[in-house]
Design a protein around this ligand. Structure first.
Ligand SMILES: Cc1ncc(COP(=O)(O)O)c(C=O)c1O
Length: 190
């Protein structure tokens, strides 16, 4: 039997990358930031229709910063999609908060609105609402943001969208990464 591997994700290089790397060296804009990063932030925000974008070192760092903005810390709980890459939930631990994993719906593998509702019910009963809900668009498939946002808005809890894998995907005409209160993308080489 032919056991040719099916690669999950492979890098694409289109030919302009080397020119931009050379430009950065030739112009001496290596650190701290420069016109390339400014242009990147501007262009990505325009492409997805976001009000603004900030380039960080990685998707993980971006999710960490997003979580810091919510003020989550020791003694807090944060909800997170159960099926994801570890970087979605690691920042919860970095901040000393406790992750509560919300199960997936069977057809999209993304956060189940029903499971989310149940988790909110449980936490509300204990008077311990989450500081934030981290919703992942797994493998580029958007989560069910219509229902998820309704639930989170009803409890007044911010939504952090982990669209690391979903740049270019859309939900009801809007770009993934712009559906929650804050969104992050990854430009990891893979
Ligand atoms: C769902 C998800 N979240 C976060 C990350 C972290 O992104 P980065 O590798 O840029 O830190 C990745 C990818 O690695 C990811 O797939």
């Amino acid at each position: 039997m032919d056991r040719k591997p099916i690669h999950l994700i492979t890098p694409h290089l289109y030919g302009e990358e080397l020119r931009y790397v050379n430009e950065a060296f030739e112009s001496n804009w290596i650190a701290p930031l420069g016109p390339q990063v400014d242009a990147f932030e501007r262009e990505i925000a325009a492409y997805v229709g976001a009000r603004a974008a900030a380039a960080l070192a990685s998707g993980t760092a971006a999710m960490h910063m997003a979580l810091k903005i919510t003020g989550a810390g020791r003694g807090d709980v944060v909800f997170c999609s159960a099926l994801t890459f570890a970087a979605s939930c690691n920042p919860i631990i970095y901040e000393g908060a406790e992750p509560i994993f919300i199960d997936s719906e069977p057809h999209s593998w993304n956060m189940s609105p029903d499971a989310l509702e149940r988790a909110f019910d449980d936490c509300a009963r204990e008077n311990r609402l989450p500081k934030a809900v981290i919703v992942v668009d797994v493998y580029g498939q958007s989560a069910n943001f219509g229902q998820i946002l309704d639930i989170c808005r009803a409890y007044g809890v911010p939504v952090l969208e982990d669209a690391a894998e979903a740049l270019g995907a859309k939900y009801r005409g809007r770009h993934c990464g712009t559906l929650g209160d804050l969104g992050i993308y990854s430009f990891n080489g893979n």
